[in-house]
Ligand binder design. Structure first.
Ligand SMILES: Cc1cc2nc3c(=O)[nH]c(=O)nc-3n(C[C@H](O)[C@H](O)[C@H](O)COP(=O)(O)O)c2cc1C
Length: 334
């Protein structure tokens, strides 16, 4: 399939694996890129720029195909040294960066000077337009369904994607709630040039996370995510578990007086406990509503091949099948 996104990033299929804390290591990014999508290493999971440089080198050993690095600008307990991370990205020969959280405006000159294409992830049309204005090459439009930080507008993709298509000149991918060929074809119909998946890629053989995480994703339904940190305007969609129940109890008690310190134990340092140790009740970790559509743990290649084959069938059989005889005949001629 050829779209503005496959052209922009020089990839075979319009499928991106979004940066994921403690999931987006070289193994997953390499597997996604080898399967024809765009794999992304999560920059800040690497505690220092030197460790990121090593992770990038490891991924170069795993694939000859393009892959990217995610740089997330979110409120954190201590600010990371972003210029040094960007230096590691540049020196590692990376040509694609996925930014997220706050606007990457401050870092655009450094990224552009290194010939890096920037895809910014945002949850609203106004932030997408701002990304376009500051020189981003593409955006990843993240609907309210998404795992991670859906922003504060609560806009689902059925509205957000066509609105983005109405306003944007640069290409965009649909992110949030994407799992299969139905997601891809629907996203393309709404004006996107591809899709970005997070949660779905965790339930793959190559995702280097504890088996308990993959089992929890297959077992969960679309009703099992919760929103945390609303009161401090850092909303995150996470998988419900005992740690999240405790956190929500504190949030209910504190109401609008909630401070990040009140929930520190439920949100800080959780990822290694979940992703490495498999402690599924450790606290808040991102997960999308799309978890209700995850029923198996295929290899990344099986997943991507299945999506692309099903998408072609969906378009050729189901969608073309709805057309009248005259329209079909004109398609055959074309
Ligand atoms: C476990 C997990 C960790 C994530 N960590 C990050 C992150 O560090 N930075 C980021 O920009 N997005 C992060 N995301 C968001 C994903 O990149 C992606 O935008 C999102 O998962 C898309 O929604 P979906 O889960 O419905 O596919 C994370 C998502 C998950 C599920």
């Amino acid at each position: 399939m050829k779209t503005a996104i496959t052209e922009l990033f020089d990839i075979e299929h319009p499928i991106i694996q979004g940066g994921m804390h403690y999931v987006g290591f070289a193994e997953l990014a390499g597997a996604v890129s080898n399967a024809g999508g765009l794999g992304i290493i999560t920059g800040l999971t690497q505690r220092t720029p030197e460790l990121l440089a090593k992770e990038i080198a490891r991924c170069h050993d795993l694939t000859d195909k393009p892959f990217g690095v995610n740089l997330t600008f979110l409120p954190s307990f201590s600010a990371p040294p972003y210029p040094e991370y960007i230096a590691a990205i540049r020196e590692g020969g990376i040509k694609i960066v996925e930014t997220a959280g706050r606007s990457p405006e401050q870092y655009m000159p450094a990224l552009k000077a290194a010939g890096i294409k920037v895809i910014h992830k945002c949850t609203s049309v106004r932030h997408s337009l701002k990304a376009e204005q500051i020189g981003c090459d593409a955006v990843s439009v993240d609907g309210f369904e998404c795992g991670g930080h859906p922003g504060e507008d609560d806009m689902p993709n059925m509205i957000l994607l066509p609105r983005a298509a109405e306003e944007l000149k640069i290409p965009f991918v649909a992110s949030g709630g994407m799992a299969d060929a139905r997601s891809l074809v629907a996203a393309l119909a709404m004006g996107a040039a591809g899709m970005n998946m997070g949660t779905r890629f965790i339930a793959t053989k190559e995702a280097p996370v504890h088996d308990n995480v993959k089992k929890a994703l297959v077992a969960a339904s679309e009703l099992d995510t919760r929103l945390v940190m609303r009161a401090i305007r850092n909303t995150e969609r996470v998988l419900k578990n005992a740690g999240v129940d405790r956190l929500l109890e504190i949030e209910r008690e504190k109401g609008a007086r909630l401070k990040i310190e009140d929930i520190h134990d439920g949100v800080a340092g959780v990822y290694p406990k979940v992703m490495i140790d498999g402690d599924m009740d450790a606290g808040a970790w991102s997960c999308g509503m799309v978890v209700g559509l995850i029923h198996d743990v295929p290899t990344v290649k099986e997943l991507i091949d299945r999506i692309m084959a099903d998408a072609e069938r969906l378009i050729r059989k189901r969608l073309v099948g709805f057309l009248g005889a005259e329209s079909k005949a004109s398609l055959e001629v074309a």
